[in-house]
Design a protein around this ligand. Structure first.
Ligand code: NAD
Length: 471
């Protein structure tokens, strides 16, 4: 597999100034390629290039920026196979899911291309015309995680470019190659310096969050890192969009059609091997259906074909890195030690790679780490409840508030329960569904701001009120 082995700064492919680092294929546990590593001086060079490019890019005609994003989407489509291969190699997801990720990356890019930046007339009277306009901010720093590397980079970069900002991107050092390729493709379309990429670990991210010439950081990742970014951003009042950790609860109401909904419960909990910010991470089931739901989920778990995502027929890939595998294993061991029952999976698969089969844990409740903490991996704790008030209290008993869901046949009842969830999104009879036109963001410790839709787009802008006196 050919990987991009340069950074892009000011439209140029440049070598990393620090020693390259190996990127591990989680299906083998072996490094499959060397990634260039940026120096702090290269972060400065990337920001300087983006700052210079902003002086002209901010004034490009709206129609030109729309056309650029459409051309980028076409390039993503044209390189879909290569991008999907890179995603599976570096992240581990089965090829069909990687292809979906690439398709979503192109779709999100086109959606952003077609969005309009609104001008709101606040007052149009004899005395004045007051209009609210939106202007780009300047250099946007994008820092991304390892779970959906290509798609999340697109979520950050496209609205930034659409609104006339310039970008410095830093992918996770676990999964840099699909973003490096994306930035190479974008550079075929936009002027030099409009998009730049630097690679490395947290130190490179910190150099960005402390940089005086970056006007906004858009960050997707863990809550502690988001808190660190927020502290550093205070120095020059950077705008922030923080999409952080989640520990999403789902509530199954009594009398729910299990034939219809249990497959979706499984799918939305285990999508991407559970490594999805808004995956279903704790499930609360009424005691009348508890055993049935647990057994059905465990049966679906046992049907999964666990293996290398590049192989045909594999439905379930590895965990993306050793640290995450260790965390998942430790949380399951802790639950077991506290008397929980492991109905499927429950142990690291012997051999190479970071494989942990889908695991259903029953006989557990709040107060056990596996329920209280974000597992971000292929294990779902299932908790029994007696009445709805108890279920809502248990669901809300968490510092996070990204998504939540209610499952049941009676939509009006589900709606009234969903309204009581402390979460940025509440799904009914679904979970983890994100859409380019629906604003998405966290409440409580899950983040600040939203992505997607017009609301998400405008987070990359500074409002300017134009007040024309007619007196
Ligand atoms: P992470 O916070 O460890 O790393 C994310 C990125 O931040 C990486 O590029 C990393 O190099 C960089 N980084 C690390 N320390 C930094 C610092 N001090 N300053 C600046 N940058 C720094 O997160 P992760 O382990 O890659 O991702 C998993 C987490 O992301 C989970 O908690 C998950 O829920 C969350 N996530 C949230 C969303 C969402 O939309 N809310 C989406 C995906 C993932």
């Amino acid at each position: 597999m050919q990987t991009v082995s340069t950074l892009f700064i000011n439209g140029q492919a440049v070598a990393g100034e620090r020693e390259a680092f190996g990127v591990v294929n989680p299906a083998t546990g072996e490094a499959f390629a060397q990634c260039p590593a940026a120096s702090p001086e290269q972060v400065d060079a990337a920001v300087a290039a983006a700052n210079t490019a902003f002086k002209t890019f901010q004034h490009t005609a709206d129609a030109d920026r729309k056309a650029m994003l459409h051309r980028i989407a076409d390039l993503i489509d044209a390189h879909a196979d290569e991008l999907a291969q890179l995603v599976t190699l570096e992240q581990g997801k089965p090829m069909a899911l990687a292809q979906m990720e690439v398709g979503a990356a192109a779709g999100w890019t086109r959606y952003n291309a077609d969005l309009d930046i609104p001008v709101k007339v606040i007052e149009d009277s004899e005395t004045r015309l007051a209009e609210l306009h939106h202007k780009p901010l300047g250099v946007v720093g994008s820092i991304t995680p390892w779970n959906w590397p290509l798609m999340i980079a697109v979520w950050h970069i496209m609205p930034a470019l659409r609104t006339g900002n310039t970008v410095v991107s830093k992918p996770s050092s676990f999964t840099p190659f699909s973003t490096l390729k994306l930035v190479e493709l974008i550079n075929e379309v936009v002027p030099a310096g409009v998009i730049n990429i630097v690679t490395g670990e947290g130190g490179i991210g910190r150099a960005m969050t402390q940089h005086p010439d970056i006007r906004k950081i858009v960050f997707t990742g863990s809550t502690p890192t988001g808190q660190d970014i927020m502290r550093k951003a205070a120095d020059n009042l950077k705008r922030l969009t923080l999409e952080l950790g989640g520990n999403d609860a789902g509530i199954v109401l009594p009398g729910t059609d299990l034939d219809k909904y249990v497959p979706a419960l499984f799918q939305t909990a285990f999508v991407n091997m559970g490594q999805t910010c808004a995956a279903l991470k704790r499930l609360y089931v009424h005691e009348s259906q508890y055993d049935d739901v647990c057994q059905r989920l465990a049966a679906i778990a046992r049907e999964q074909v666990v293996g290398n995502g590049l192989e045909a027929g594999v439905t379930f890939g590895p965990v993306t890195n050793q640290a995450q595998l260790d965390l998942v294993a430790a949380l399951v061991e802790d639950a077991r030690a506290q008397g929980a029952q492991v109905l499927s999976g429950g142990a690291v698969q012997p051999g190479n790679g970071y494989f942990y089969p889908p695991t259903i844990v029953a006989g557990i409740s709040n107060g056990v780490r596996l329920v209280d903490e974000e597992q971000f991996g292929p294990v779902l704790p299932v908790v029994s409840y007696r009445d709805i008030d108890e279920a809502v209290a248990l669901a809300n008993d968490n510092i996070n508030g990204l998504g939540g869901s209610v499952w049941g046949n009676d939509i009006e009842q589900a709606r009234s329960v969903a309204a009581r969830l402390e979460s940025g999104t509440a799904w009914i009879n679904n979970h983890a569904e994100v859409l380019p036109h629906c604003p998405f963001g966290g409440s409580k410790m899950s983040g600040i701001g939203v992505e997607f839709g017009e609301e998400g787009l405008l987070e990359y802008t500074q409002s300017q009120l134009l007040n024309i006196s007619r007196g």
